[in-house]
Ligand binder design. Sequence first.
Ligand SMILES: CC(C)(COP(=O)(O)OP(=O)(O)OC[C@H]1O[C@@H](n2cnc3c(N)ncnc32)[C@H](O)[C@@H]1OP(=O)(O)O)[C@@H](O)C(=O)NCCC(=O)NCCS
Length: 227
Amino acid sequence: MKDLTGQDDFNLQKPPYDAVSQVVSTDLGRLHIRGPFDPEILSQYQLSGGLNCFRPSKRQHDSLIELAKQEDGLIFAAILANKIISYVTFQKPDFPWWIRRCFPRLLELGSMETDLSWRNIGLSKTLMDAIFINKDYNFFENFIIIAVHTVHSWDLKNTCLDPWSYRKIMLKMFKQYNFVPWETEDPEVREHPCNILLARVGANVNPEEIRHFSNCCLGLNSQNSKC
Ligand SMILES: CC(C)(COP(=O)(O)OP(=O)(O)OC[C@H]1O[C@@H](n2cnc3c(N)ncnc32)[C@H](O)[C@@H]1OP(=O)(O)O)[C@@H](O)C(=O)NCCC(=O)NCCS
């Protein structure tokens, strides 16, 4: 597919490191919101011990540093006194269905997590506000960003929420950043009725790309990985 908005067909042109950098006063103290991270700088911070939903925090730190080194990996985080307590990551799609249907203007919100001790006090929202509701930062307006929500990626155990309640919270939260549900034939999404594909179409994405994305969701177009 022809990319009409200028990104190279194969490589993501990353925004400058720390294109987002804000200090926010919170009840916890002064929170530094920054990203995308230089992997070297990321390695100098500690990852808070309660960030172990996907893997133990030490290993998660290593995996975030590895992702930040990749040409498509973007990490944003909330930092309190030299400790990362919440983060969100972006990359080229990692799910099989989307690897096969990648196109230049497609990104995936890969994971987001807040330290277990500091959940439900607005940290993720502070982070997402800085990334998506920030007049000085419009990088993501050039992309369609998918967020593939599957039951197994949710922390049902620690929240004691059932999958339908968790799904409702995710839908409400992501809607604030213009992520809306898309129908898809992706077998991984269709595996469980609570799974859901959310996508955010950036303001600078053209109709041809939206049509292409819509066909990708339904598996109508021929498979063409350009990423
Ligand atoms: C999902 C997650 C990142 C949210 O982070 P957070 O910092 O606790 O989120 P916030 O405090 O900013 O709250 C965001 C919204 O979720 C709601 N929420 C968060 N935890 C909740 C809970 N346990 N029960 C009910 N609502 C909850 C908040 O009320 C808020 O709702 P609003 O948008 O209507 O105001 C965090 O729960 C987490 O790390 N979960 C484990 C990993 C995960 O599920 N990631 C998402 C898929 S990749």
